[in-house]
Design a protein around this ligand. Structure first.
Ligand code: CA
Length: 136
């Protein structure tokens, strides 16, 4: 019987094939433990996300979609971290956010990508850019 030459290419191919087979053998399973959570409440199924903080300083994170923060408080030092591009630089992003705050009446910030962030019982117009963490 003649030995097959094991070239570097065939070695890496077989190694990669083994990795694909191995990955397919193990499904990815994510367990989410929650109390009283229905499928319609998840944002991925069209639900609205509701965020509630605690009594101290909280950072609420917002990237897109429809999100309601129920207890935002500047007195407690809460802030909102925005995961979206509002400008090419940090200064541009802050300027755009400042303009958005100035143009907003009521409790909902509406972003150009369709995202809506509602701060229950907060007049968004009273907020400052320092209440937010922005990224370019
Ligand atoms: Ca808080």
């Amino acid at each position: 019987m003649r030995d097959l030459p094991l070239t570097a290419a065939s070695f890496w191919f077989l190694l990669g094939l083994g990795a694909v087979t191995h990955a397919a053998d193990r499904p990815n399973i994510l367990f989410i433990v929650a109390d009283d959570l229905g499928y319609g409440e998840l944002g991925c199924f069209g639900g609205k996300d509701v965020l509630t903080g605690g009594g101290g300083a909280d950072t609420f994170q917002f990237g897109s979609g429809t999100v309601t923060v129920t207890d935002f408080s500047t007195v407690q030092g809460d802030n909102i971290e925005l995961f979206m591009s509002l400008g090419a630089t940090h200064a541009d992003a802050v300027t755009a956010l400042d303009a958005l705050i100035a143009a907003t009446t009521g409790d909902t910030l509406s972003f150009s990508d369709g995202g809506k962030l509602t701060l229950t019982n907060v007049d968004v117009h009273s907020l400052h850019t320092s209440d937010f963490i922005v990224h370019p």
